[in-house]
Design a protein around this ligand. Structure first.
Ligand code: FMN
Length: 223
């Protein structure tokens, strides 16, 4: 019943928003409203809205203003299915062989498949790439984590911009955990680039249940 209510609520909100898809939400409302959306309607993402989201990513803070990011936009359904099949096959392979660790039981298999492949149900999927940023300290190697922190800032802004425009999506690294090399081969990701995460974008068909967030008292120390 609660699930039905959530589905209906999302559907009604979508009907209202679809008339005015390009609109702007208050910044703090967008932060509160942003959730990981894993179910989408068939409604497409408008080009101008996608562009506005990518503009938000482009303006993100980043290490030495190196802007160590590149975004591959996937909209082709066949390519999306191919990526889903690659990730599913990697999970199935682990379920059967265990590959050195415990084989997955059927319910773990279903969960992994859902959380690793639902990103490919969206009308648009972004793969965010990054590369190491040269270290400011002489004679030290480039810093991979500065690249990752920078692209994460950009992805967070993209995710919030999507929410503010009435869309939703899910940041997803599980597909890369299962099948990074295969995914990167298909999408022709080449050195020095490396994949950081996928982000799906679409119109929410269902808003997930609230997830617990730690209270400020637990996560903040004032000195
Ligand atoms: C680095 C990172 C990786 C994530 N990977 C996945 C993933 O592979 N699959 C998935 O379904 N959700 C993934 N998520 C989404 C988290 O599960 C989600 O943000 C968290 O449960 C909090 O829920 P909320 O986003 O709705 O607040 C990821 C989030 C982050 C930041």
């Amino acid at each position: 019943m609660a699930l039905l209510y959530q589905v209906e609520k999302a559907a009604i909100i979508n009907v209202i928003l679809s008339k005015h898809r390009t609109y702007h939400m208050d910044f703090f409302d967008a932060i509160k409203k942003r959730r990981s959306i894993r179910h989408f309607t068939a409604e497409p993402v408008k080009d101008e809205d996608l562009r506005a989201m990518l503009e938000a990513a482009r303006m993100a803070p980043n290490s030495h203003n190196a802007q160590p990011w590149h975004f591959i936009i996937i909209r082709d359904r066949d390519l999306m299915s191919r990526l889903r099949d690659i990730v599913s096959a990697a999970i199935e392979g682990q379920a059967q062989t265990g590959s050195g660790s415990e084989p997955l039981d059927p319910s773990q298999l279903q969960r992994q498949k859902f959380y690793a492949t639902s990103v490919f149900d969206a009308p648009v999927v972004v793969l965010a790439l990054t590369h190491p940023v040269p270290s400011p300290v002489p004679n030290t190697p480039p810093k991979a984590d500065s690249g990752l922190q920078s692209v994460s800032a950009a992805l967070a802004q993209l995710h919030l911009a999507a929410t503010a425009l009435g869309y939703g999506g899910c940041w997803s690294t599980l597909p890369l955990s299962w099948a990074r090399w295969e995914v990167e081969a298909v999408l022709e990701v080449k050195e020095p680039w490396t994949s950081a995460a996928f982000l799906s974008i679409g119109v929410p068909a269902k808003v997930p249940r609230d997830v617990p967030k730690k209270p400020l008292e637990e996560i903040v120390t004032f000195r």
